[in-house]
Design a protein around this ligand. Structure first.
Ligand SMILES: C[S@@+](CC[C@H](N)C(=O)[O-])C[C@H]1O[C@@H](n2cnc3c(N)ncnc32)[C@H](O)[C@@H]1O
Length: 300
């Protein structure tokens, strides 16, 4: 299996974090309490000139958080200054709503760049999706896929043993396998292998740790961790309810207790946890074998 690179990002713990009061963070409250979060969000809106009619949704916060994590970049692939046809990246885009798992309504060799992000637990057949991307990309076009690992990890072993977060990754992964929609995307370089198997070239990858909570000493990662804690805490019920009741067969009340315990652990300041985020990008070969064969036949 392909090995991910850049997996050694060191993230020092803020030594004062354990002693800070719970309300120290501008964004440590649930996202719905908009009173405490306006400053950095408005800064973001101003920076990018985009108008969000309904900014306080998890997806938009998540976008902002990943944007900060990537040092204000939207993507990693070297797509040049002027790609003409791009799928899934603002700005100047139009949104189309399609099931990405069906045959795409686009001709072969159509896009300069295709970007997929955070679809773990949504796709039945990832290699088939990659093949559709490959078909629809122009020769020389780029594909980029960013996804999370659902495992909550800590380098210092601070995820409390036996806590809901300790078992969180395994629970989601089991639910994903039962649904036939895996959450294992970046684990063991699976997505890098999919890129290779599909025929992409010039494949590169990047991994970073997305802290949960404001525990990092570095101000950039502290802010990102605060967003992540707010997003994760606020979205818990949305993430979990369907999976645990419909897929894993838990009772509603049981799930509510699990959510309450998980939320409490998320705010445990002795924990220095993170999710891994992995990005892979690769290029459709400029000339495919078929084209080479035709060229050879013409030349001979
Ligand atoms: C976690 S959100 C990520 C949104 C966005 N890609 C981003 O990174 O900001 C997951 C999104 O995947 C969409 N989704 C889930 N299954 C899909 C499918 N089969 N085809 C297309 N979109 C899908 C959902 O509607 C939801 O908007």
């Amino acid at each position: 299996m392909a090995e991910p690179t850049n997996d050694h990002q060191h993230m020092a713990v803020d030594p004062d974090w354990d002693n800070e009061p719970d309300d120290d963070s501008a964004i440590s409250e649930p996202i719905t309490s908009t009173t405490s979060i306006s400053a950095s969000i408005l800064e973001y809106r101003k920076l990018h000139g985009r108008t969000y009619q309904n900014f306080n949704t998890g997806t938009e916060y998540c976008h902002h958080m990943l944007f900060l994590a990537m040092d204000n970049k939207l993507f990693m692939a070297p797509i040049g200054e002027n790609p003409q046809r791009v799928l899934d990246v603002p700005a100047n885009c139009k949104f189309e709503l399609d099931d990405a798992q069906l045959v795409w309504p686009y001709p072969d060799n159509h896009f300069d760049y295709v970007h997929i992000r955070c679809l773990m637990g949504s796709i039945r057949d990832w290699p088939a999706l990659y093949r559709e991307v490959f078909r629809c990309l122009k020769p020389g076009g780029w594909f980029e896929h960013q996804d999370y690992s659902i495992d909550v990890r800590a380098d210092d072993g601070s995820v409390p043993k036996g806590s809901p977060l300790d078992g969180w990754g395994a629970l989601f992964q089991e639910a994903g396998e039962r649904m036939g929609r895996t959450f294992k995307i970046i684990e063991d370089g699976r997505n890098i292998a999919w890129f290779k198997d599909t025929g992409f070239e010039n494949i590169e990858n990047d991994m970073f740790k997305l802290p949960v909570g404001g525990w990092p000493a570095d101000p950039k990662w502290k802010e990102i961790g605060q967003y992540n804690l707010a997003i994760t805490s606020d979205s818990l019920e949305g993430y979990i309810l369907f999976l645990l009741t419909k897929v894993m067969g838990w009772e509603y009340d049981e799930v509510q207790i699990y959510i309450a315990k998980t939320r409490k652990t998320l705010h445990d300041k002795s924990m220095h946890s993170f999710f891994d985020v992995g990005t892979v990008w690769g290029q459709k070969p400029v000339s495919t074998n078929e084209e080479e064969e035709v060229e050879l036949a013409i030349a001979s």
